[in-house]
Design a binder for this molecule. Structure first.
Ligand SMILES: Cc1cc2nc3c(=O)[nH]c(=O)nc-3n(C[C@H](O)[C@H](O)[C@H](O)COP(=O)(O)OP(=O)(O)OC[C@H]3O[C@@H](n4cnc5c(N)ncnc54)[C@H](O)[C@@H]3O)c2cc1C
Length: 481
């Protein structure tokens, strides 16, 4: 039942990016604009003696790992198997702009704090080999001009994820990575130091078998078939649950504020099933009101840090928001009192302190929640009402009733536990020559480019380990001869 890598290359060679003819294994490069035979035609016998790396998944991590391994070990056959369209998440990422990494973090300790799953493990040397600065250099060196936005997010200057996709596709082509699309790796077993892989279309029951010397599982976290490979090879899977989502609230008046943004709030997530004080359950930053509730970076960060606890609490809880985090409550009270004395004859809904930086629609919402008529004159507002308005601005509770829109391909918490791999090499602790990278691992970052950074860093490390191992063995072989 076992196939040699040469037979595999012949059988699967007709890929969308790079193919071998079945007779002489002359290689046919297919690019969007031109097709040409490359001159490095390799005889079958020589090919058969070479080793094969199969990469499961043509996403960010898979492409990066494949390119890196092939660059270090050009004689290694590298095949990426992608069941759907390659780099499909890169395409839709960052609203079609692809936030490739984050340019504000160079210190590993601080960078790691952006990973609700991974923050302990990533405080070490994980990013040393290929961190955010290396990602920026890599893409710049490969023709993708990048820009760092004020909040640290890094995008292609073109504002189009197509620049990133074109770069990765052409680099895979250039180095000689074979891409096979439309088939999934469905079964995997370790067999005498090699991996026996069952590959086939998901719609049919027929499976063809291939033997690989190295296996890199970079199947992301939106596919059960990806996780099942890890299980078949003995790894455990932490059940994936949503991360990075918006909060639904039951407050119909708040829904009327849909579209209102707050540049800076302090928001705290309170869940009944969480008694311990979790520092990351308080976040500071921009917030947005949507027609179903609350969104924006602060809420997304809370959803990520609270992902597991929110799941177990049925997505029910409270978010307490401080709308004026830079002012102490006593200052808020005195500003309101001063305002009252200055604008005695004005309606409270029309005149409110500009220091708070609030929009009128939201000020009216606060008055309504506090039972203050907008038509009342400032002169009529008693001091205790001023105190309670100040308290509400500093401590406004919203009942969370569920999560907002969440699609299966969105970022999740869960996957292969980091404790089951060596982060120095990305190699499985259960099997030599088995590697993992990207979201298939129990790693997820907050928004801002951190999820792709995990994919680039992991893919690069795995590719480096495989490529170096193959190259060193090859050089040792030359020495012997
Ligand atoms: C809408 C959206 C926007 C995002 N925007 C950003 C952003 O701007 N910045 C950022 O940092 N992160 C962003 N992310 C997260 C980012 O896309 C992921 O972290 C990243 O794509 C993970 O890369 P990966 O290679 O691990 O997995 P994936 O990109 O999911 O790739 C895995 C691939 O493996 C394939 N596959 C799975 N199982 C098999 C199998 N058995 N056989 C063959 N193929 C298989 C899948 O089809 C898939 O193509 C976004 C995510 C979403 C959903």
């Amino acid at each position: 039942m076992s196939y040699t890598s040469a037979r595999f290359i012949r059988h699967f060679g007709l890929s969308s990016a790079f193919a071998y003819s079945t007779r002489d294994i002359g290689c046919l490069l297919l690019t969007p604009t031109k097709r040409k035979f490359c001159s490095a035609s390799i005889p079958i016998a020589q090919k058969a003696s070479e080793e094969l790396l199969v990469v499961v998944g043509g996403g960010a991590a898979g492409f990066f790992g494949a390119i890196r391994a092939k660059t270090l070990a050009p004689k290694l056959n590298v095949v990426v198997i992608e069941k759907g369209k390659p780099l499909s998440k890169v395409k839709i990422s960052g609203g079609g702009r692809c936030n490739v990494t984050n340019g504000h973090f160079v210190d590993n300790m601080i960078l790691a704090e952006n990973y609700p799953r991974g923050y302990k493990e990533f405080r070490g040397s994980f990013f040393d080999m290929h961190g955010p600065v290396d990602t920026m250099s890599w893409f710049s060196d490969h023709g993708v001009d990048l820009k760092v936005e004020e909040d640290g997010r890094v995008f292609p200057v073109s504002n189009s994820s197509a620049s990133v996709i074109d770069c990765l596709m052409s680099e895979a082509n250039r180095t000689g990575v074979v891409l096979q699309t439309g088939k999934a790796v469905r079964t995997a077993s370790a067999d005498g130091g090699k991996f026996l892989l069952g590959i086939g279309k998901q719609t049919t029951s027929s499976v063809e078998y291939v033997e690989a010397n190295y296996l890199l599982i970079a199947s992301g976290n939106s596919s059960q078939v990806g996780f099942s490979l890890a299980s078949q090879l003995g790894h455990s899977i932490i059940d994936p649950v949503p991360s990075l989502f918006t909060f639904k609230t039951a407050d119909s008046q708040l829904a009327e504020l849909s579209g209102v943004t707050f540049p800076k709030v302090r928001a705290k997530l309170i869940l009944e099933n969480v008694k311990r004080n979790i520092q990351q359950f308080t976040q500071v930053g921009p917030m947005l009101v949507t027609h179903w509730g609350l969104s924006g970076p602060v809420i997304l960060r809370l959803s990520a840090w609270g992902a597991r606890d929110l799941f177990s609490s049925g997505y029910k809880g409270t978010v307490t928001v401080d709308f004026i985090p830079d002012l102490h409550i006593e200052d808020v009270k005195s500003i309101l009192s001063r305002h009252k004395h200055q604008f005695v004859k004005q309606k409270v809904s029309n005149a409110y302190p500009p220091e708070f930086g609030l929009v009128k629609r939201f000020w009216k919402y606060i008055l309504d929640r506090q039972g203050v008529s907008g038509d009342a004159l400032w002169a009529s507002i008693p001091n205790n009402t001023i105190s309670s308005v100040a308290s509400l601005l500093k401590h406004c509770d919203f009942g969370v009733t569920g999560k907002g829109q969440f699609k299966d391909e969105f970022v999740k918490a869960g996957g292969v536990p980091l404790s089951e791999i060596s982060l120095n090499t990305m190699e499985s602790k259960l099997h030599s020559d088995l590697f993992f990278a990207g979201e298939v691992l129990n790693v997820d970052g907050v928004t801002g480019g951190f999820n792709f950074q995990n994919a680039w860093s992991g893919g690069y490390r795995a590719g480096t380990t495989i490529g170096t191992r193959v190259r060193d063995a090859y050089l040792r072989g030359l020495d012997i001869q």
